[in-house]
Design a protein around this ligand. Sequence first.
Ligand code: GUN
Length: 292
Amino acid sequence: MTILDGKKISNDIKNEITEEVNKIKERGEKVPHLAAVIVGNGGASLTYVGSKVRACERVGFKSTMVRMSNTTSEVELLDKIEELNNNDEIDGFIVQLPLPPQIDTQKVLMAVDPNKDVDGFHPMNFGKMALDMSTFIPATPFGILELLDRYQVETDGKHTVIIGRSHIVGRPMSILMGRKGFPGNSTVTLTHSHTKNITQITSQADIIISALGVPKFLKAEMVKDDVVIIDVGITRVPDETKEKGYYITGDVDFENVSKKASYITPVPGGVGPMTIAMLLKNTLLARERNSL
Ligand code: GUN
């Protein structure tokens, strides 16, 4: 069994990006600049955005965190997006999800300039991804592809089962794994809350990508020997014995499933750090594209 070490690979990627930034600086050009908008401070969002901003500093990018109150109106947020769209200093930006209920998420994602949409959530970029055109691939799916690539995990002709159909992970992943090329050429099954007898499906999977958010959902009895496991779940489970009052766990019963797996991502230290590294990569790409 091989651990797909997202922490190590994300560090390698950050080092590669740092080298690129150093070359940009040597040429006397503007360094990449990422902005992140966060509305309210619910759940883990602030922690995630904080990690994204710190990662920018680490690779030599400029970063701006825009914090807006939980009671921000849709119009106020759309005005802020317009401002970021028009700010030539900023190469790319993200609006951290989820948004409070008074704001229509789809309207917000549509308002982001597709050339600055480093999350790849704008329908134009999502459509381009589905049509194999050059675009920004959403950071978490991009990170999963990069892990499979760097560990040379065979995907050609394999049966990939995806658990969860979110717009951020499950849906794009189902498109990407079925694309021509590597990683891809998989036969894909997209499962979700209406799927019947999921065990029958997961037990036939060569690769399982789980993005459900239910702790330890995937058990050893649900998988076959030598399965490849990508665990995208990150759930905070309350635990008073821990300093922070919780511990982090994935969708997979790691202790038992890892005994049957050929490759597996740990949580934490698997897909999570890859998401951040690929957001940086998309920002570097945005700078290159927008300066052409
Ligand atoms: N919320 C959870 N994951 C993400 C992400 O990749 N981007 C944004 N903007 N919000 C998220």
